[in-house]
Each structure stands twice: as C-alpha cells, then as structure tokens.
Design a protein. Sequence first.
Length: 325
Amino acid sequence: MKKLNDLYSQITPKTSPEELSARIMNTPELKKSPKRKGFRPALALSAAAIAVSSLVVTAGAVNGWDYGAVFESIFGEEKTENIIENIVPEATVLQDTIDNMNFEISAVAADKHSVLAVIDIYSENGYKLIEKVNGNTVINPLLDLFIDINSNTTGAYGTGIHILEESEEKVRLGIRMGTEDMIKDEKVTVNAYLLKDKDENGDFKLNKAYSWSAEFTVDYTAEEIRYEKNIFLSEAEINAVEVSSISACIEGKNLNSFTDNFWKNGEVYAQLDNGEKISITDITGSSYTEGDKTGSTLVITGFAEPINPEDIAALVIGDTIIELK
C-alpha cells in the first residue's frame, strides 16, 4: 500500500486544486523506485481492477473497434498513419462494478516495452466528472480512482496519465505504461480501482469491491528500429536505442544518472530528420540495487505524438543529445 500511496501522491494535491492541475497536465516526472529491481513510474495517477469475474463483455462497441479513428481524432490523419501498425486487437472488459462511472477502452497501441491506451469515462447516477472548487476545475475521476496497466509477466510498471478531453459528459484519458519486460504477444490489463479514504497511516486504500478492468493482447505488426551505440556520459553508458512510433527504449548502465532530473534540464524531445521536435511526455526507468550501489539499465520515453521511427534522428534529454543516425 505504501507503493500505491507513493504513486497516488504524485497527482493528488495536499492543499489545492491548482497543484493537481500542475501535476496532471502533460508534465513528465521521474519517480524514485524502492531499493529492489523494478520499474520507475513516471507522472501519473491510476485506477485498478481486482478479482476477475465471469463478466466478459466486448469493449469499444461505440466506435465499432475502429481504434484508428479514435487515434485520428486525437492526433490527426497524418500522425495516425505512423501508429496504425502498432494498434492492437480489440479489448474485452473483465470486470465492471463501479456504479457511478462508465468506462470504455476506446483505443490501444503498443510496442515491445510500452502501451498507449485511450480510456473514456462517463458519468452515471449523478456523479460529477468535473466541478469547480475555489474557482478551479477539478477532474473528479482522477481523485477517486487509481489507474494502472500491467501484464502477466514479472516486474513493476510505470504508468503515466494525461487528460485528453474533459467535459461534464466525458473525460478522456491517455494512459501510458512502460516496462522493462518484453510484452509483445502478452496479455495486458488496464485496471481502475475506486479509492477509499486514507487510513491511520495516511495511505489511500483500494476499494476492492468497486473496480473495472479490460484486457487485450499486445499483438501488432510494426517493427522497432534498433541502433547499437557506444555513448559514455559523465556517469552513464548508453549501449543501444530502440525506437517505435510511440516510444524509445534506451539501454545501458547507470542511466538514472542522466534521467533523475531530466525534466529540469531543459527541453526533452525526439528530433526528426526534418528538424521537427516531438515532445517526450513520459519517462520510466528500471532500477536495481547491488550492495550500496543503485542504477538503471533501461529507460523508456513516451512520445507526445506518433512518429515514423525511420524519421527519428536523435533524442534530446536536457543537455544530453543521443544521435541515432
């Protein structure tokens, strides 16, 4: 539960709605992981589903499983062409026992180490999706839910959440997950748990009786492009970079030495051949502890927009430039 509280505290303000807005809206942040092998979560909030019930309902009926159309409504036709081969087959709902919100998994794309899912949340039974508090807009699902994405493989995950659309009728969330595990052909679950009030230790508790989950298989046809590198930084070493339309996976040693403060070091983006800059909105990294030494051997960055991986010339993280070509 401490891990849940650590994740949730990143997006839940202790004092004001202004802090919530500042933490939620497309601001990348790297979260320290516990002293064990695991994955460092980026900015986010979360929701989850618990026991899998016998309810199995096909999700996405509203859009007729046209995930491409959903991505096109978000990114436009040209950018969506870059993500088409990363779109996965339709999902199924495993459990839905939250009675004041209706969930729809509207689109999903993935690569070997990351997922981009679009979740629509609708109001039910008078629940207010958004409201004004002290003159500021508060997105209530973000306060009432813990959302995450996980698979059947071992390891921990970093889940980042971004608000794509907000109204009294619908809140659309873009949810990103990065993992050190290989998830291609794996079953992956998107979960949403209703949160209870804090306990005596100040930790939020999951209300396991009220949850939603949907499952899909990471089955896609796109191929990542891999670049073998030999880059030495002050403390870190980069050995390879693998790029897809939605993320870049950086492999090496002690990578946390240049990512711990990455969003404080200036711009963070993918540089394209034509000079265009595509922002990096999420970053997660593996973490290990050996004796008194800690480090990271894998870092995954999520792109703000789908990119043709053949067009990526470099990754810029603060004052570190990783030339790919």
